[in-house]
Ligand binder design. Structure first.
Ligand SMILES: Nc1ncnc2c1ncn2[C@@H]1O[C@H](COP(=O)(O)OP(=O)(O)OP(=O)(O)O)[C@@H](O)[C@H]1O
Length: 287
């Protein structure tokens, strides 16, 4: 086994290549990052910076225009459908919206059994695994015969997490998994993800616009700015003493209780944004 579970090297993704007059627009400009087994790498950045595109490229949902993706030492950059199906055993995803990511016509039992049977479990083994999964994510056994609409947002996200855990993956891409939840529910779901990691050793590629959430759950943090990684390092260091002004701006964007402090942070954020704009203009970036 290679030391890194997931490795991206100089990953590039462009969109808009279909129309004759449309010029391809590159949204990832050569991203390199690693996720070790059992580790959480948080990818943070503002809306449109390319976070979801990284996750989708890893999952094979968008085709890179350059660079490479390796999983456990194997090049999966251009993995075909058969290889992707095999990879689904090791690599799963939890999306942001627990309302649209679960099939509304299937019971929770069916939702959780499906990936197990696809991966070759017998019906009997699948039934016992489903009970274990419900227990693992803190849902009652009675959930088996109920439909997604009978559950709250937080509970649905627990179901989505249980579904992702079903094949015992080694990596879960979590794309804004708590953004649609209220703060208390967010904290509970983050705790659940941490507990699961402790007991199973699963690694997370954790995508979020919220630096506080990323700081809480990640071992290391990668900061994405307009398709470039501008800073990567241990979560405690990147989020306390950031090197890049953009990371500092993200930190200042997190709300604080004291209105005077909040105002000082706002003014500092504006100053940093102006400085960044001047730097971008100097570098010839299109604003
Ligand atoms: N299928 C697509 N076709 C064309 N452009 C796309 C496509 N998917 C993403 N983009 C563009 O790529 C850029 C990066 O999008 P992406 O969704 O990866 O950003 P993000 O950081 O995840 O943002 P958000 O937090 O808002 O989801 C954006 O400018 C977006 O409009």
């Amino acid at each position: 086994m290679s030391e890194q579970l997931l490795s991206l090297r100089d990953l590039r993704v462009s969109f808009g290549t279909r129309g004759v007059l449309r010029k391809p627009r590159e949204v990832l400009h050569g991203v390199s990052l690693d996720v070790a087994a059992g580790e959480t790498l948080g990818v943070v950045g503002e809306s449109g910076s390319g976070k979801t595109t990284i996750g989708r490229a890893v999952l094979g949902l968008v085709k890179p225009s350059g660079g490479s993706i390796h999983f456990d030492g194997t090049d999966i950059t251009a993995a075909n459908a058969a290889k992707r199906r095999r990879l689904a055993r090791d690599m799963q995803v939890v999306f942001q919206d627990p309302y649209s990511s679960l099939n509304p016509t299937m019971t929770i039992g069916e939702i959780l059994t499906e990936p197990l049977v696809t991966q070759g479990s017998t019906a009997r083994d699948a039934r016992s695994r489903v009970r274990g999964l419900l227990d693992e994510v803190g849902l009652p056994l009675g959930a088996i015969d109920r439909l997604p609409r009978e559950f709250s947002g937080g509970q649905r996200q627990r179901i989505a997490i249980a579904r992702a855990l079903a094949p015992s993956p080694r990596l879960i891409v979590c794309d804004e998994p708590v953004s649609a939840l209220d703060l208390t529910t967010q904290a509970r779901v983050l705790e659940l993800l941490l507990e699961i990691q402790r007991s199973t050793g699963v690694a997370y590629l954790f995508i979020s616009h919220d630096l506080a959430v990323v700081r809480h759950i990640s071992h290391r943090v990668a900061v994405l700015y307009r398709g470039d990684l501008v800073e990567t390092g241990p979560a405690a260091i990147v989020t306390k003493t950031p090197e890049h002004p953009y990371t500092e701006r993200l930190l200042l964007a997190a709300p604080v209780a004291d209105p005077a402090a909040q105002e000082r942070r706002r003014a500092e954020r504006v100053r940093l944004r102006e400085e960044q704009r001047a730097r971008d203009e100097q570098a010839g970036a299109v604003l």
